[in-house]
Design a binder for this molecule. Sequence first.
Ligand SMILES: Cc1cc2nc3c(=O)[nH]c(=O)nc-3n(C[C@H](O)[C@H](O)[C@H](O)COP(=O)(O)O)c2cc1C
Length: 208
Amino acid sequence: MEFTRLVHERASTRAFTSDPVPVADLREMARLAGRCPSVNNSQPWKFIAITDKALLTAMAVAVRERLESLLPAKADAEAKRIVHQVIGYSTFFDHAPAVFAIATRPYEAVADRVLLNSPVTHGDMNRLRGQPDVQSLGAAAMTILLAAQDMGYGACWLSGPLVARDALEAFLRIEAPWRLGTMIAVGKPAHVTAPSERKPVQEIFEVR
Ligand SMILES: Cc1cc2nc3c(=O)[nH]c(=O)nc-3n(C[C@H](O)[C@H](O)[C@H](O)COP(=O)(O)O)c2cc1C
C-alpha cells in the first residue's frame, strides 16, 4: 500500500475476527520492525508473538486483577464506568488472534565506556538523553502497526497491560536484563474503524 494512504487509513483495531494470523506474517512484521533505527544500533528488542489463547487469557486476568487492586473501588457510577473502561482497554487483547510482547534490554552507550568509577550512571545518561531505549522501542512498535496494516491486518498498541508487568514477564519467561517494553494486538479487523481525528498540521508544525 502506498505510504501516505497507509498512514491515513491506519486506526487502532480492538475487535478482531477469529482468523489466525499465520506465523510467517508475524515473523515478517518482526523482521520489518527489526529494520528500525535504534540507539547505537543496539537493537534492544525481542518480538514475542503470542497466539496461545490460554496464555492470553491468563495474562488478561492478571492485568484485570492488578488494575482492580490499583484503582479505588468507588461506589459512584462515573468512577465505575471509568474503571470498567480502563480495564476493557487494557485486557481486550485476550480476544486477539495474536499479540506481540516486545521485550527490551538496556543498551551499551558509547558514553558508558567513560562512566566507570563515575557518579554518573548509565541510567542518568539515559534519562538525560531522553530515554533513547524507549524511543527505539517506539520506532519498532510503530513499524509493526504499519506492517500489520500493510498486510491487511489491524493492530493496537497497548501500554495498559504493563501495570501487571511482573506477572506478564513471568508468564512469558522474560528474564533480566530483558523487560517487557510494550504490547501490540494483531488480527483481521472485525469491522472497519474510521481513522480518528487529528490536530491540524498548522497546530503541530512550526519552523524556527
Ligand atoms: C504508547 C501507546 C500506548 C497505548 N496504549 C493503549 C492501551 O493500553 N489500550 C488501548 O486500547 N489503546 C492504546 N493505545 C492506542 C491509542 O489509544 C490510539 O493510538 C489513539 O487513541 C489514537 O487512535 P488511532 O490509533 O486509532 O489513531 C496506545 C497507543 C500508544 C502510542
